[in-house]
Design a protein around this ligand. Sequence first.
Ligand code: ADP
Ligand code: F6P
Length: 322
Amino acid sequence: MSLRKIAVLTSGGDAPGMNAAIRAVVRAALDRGVEVDGVIRGYSGLINNDFVPMDLRSVSDIIHRGGTFLCTARCPEFKTEEGLQTAIENCRARNIDGLVVIGGDGSFRGAQDLSKRGFPCVGIPGTIDNDISCCEHTIGYDTALNTCMELVDKLRDTSQSHDRCSVVEVMGRHAGYLALNVGVAVGATCILVPEIAFDLQKDVIDRVREMMKTGKKHFIIVVAEGIGGTVEIAKKIEEETGIETRATILGHVQRGGSPTLIDRVLASQMGYHAVELLLSGKSNRVVTIQHDTVGDYDIEEALKMKKPFDRDMYEMALRISI
Ligand code: ADP
Ligand code: F6P
């Protein structure tokens, strides 16, 4: 069967570059004579029949904008059989033959459930956490890295002026990729991530003390949100070392902003590839990038994979931040 119409949605936490991906999906489909509906607020829109027909101009002026103009949501109802069936019925009633889901691993589980019920779906990794195992870089990760780096640079200015220690928490849910790379880029004294066990006394407090002896007066400690307790860590450092310490939780500012060139290009390539997959009759695939090449994996296989954590880079960071 040739494709008549596809739909595109964004789901889970938003990420800079999602708009560029939507644009690519819409334009690639229209270019091939396939109609496109945008779905408002992720899987909730599928259940609530919230579809908007897209034309070439619907996605004008969005490639450089953060967030997602289709809006996003977390939709518990979609995890139920009833929710899934309603979503499929609503799509079929609109002659929609395939769906592109831009989101993280939770969203891909939803796409997998639809694919298993005979409704073709393709996922595009969009999350600042970079926690999709089959994919080197997810859409939004590069922008978030740069945002965090700029914000921590600002903290460094004030930390330096006051001879303080700055404990900074960055996002990443259960993953430390964002924290590791930001930590290297800002020259952090310590980087605390869920992937690597640490001892607060030995690896942080004693390390700060040793560096104070060599004349270092201000410090940056990057903490991944998966570690938690950032405020307590800051208090403990101040108590034990005597250095005035402040905790900063960067928060949702990390998810906003205009996407970087890398995220725009990645999003455009992935959006285009997703449409090609649906056109060639593929389903239950997730689009990936590895060694600068766009490809795809079976969603089930992709969700089982474990992403390596760059321990060599972590070691390197410790050796040069002394
Ligand atoms: P992300 O896609 O960023 O990982 P979530 O984990 O919050 O974000 O998932 C986004 C949405 O995907 C959920 O609100 C839900 O609608 C859907 N979803 C998540 N997990 C499942 C699942 N196991 N089965 C079906 N749908 C799911
Ligand atoms: O997955 C993206 C992310 O920003 C995580 O880094 C963070 O743990 C979570 O979403 C925050 O979710 P919410 O927007 O619901 O607070």
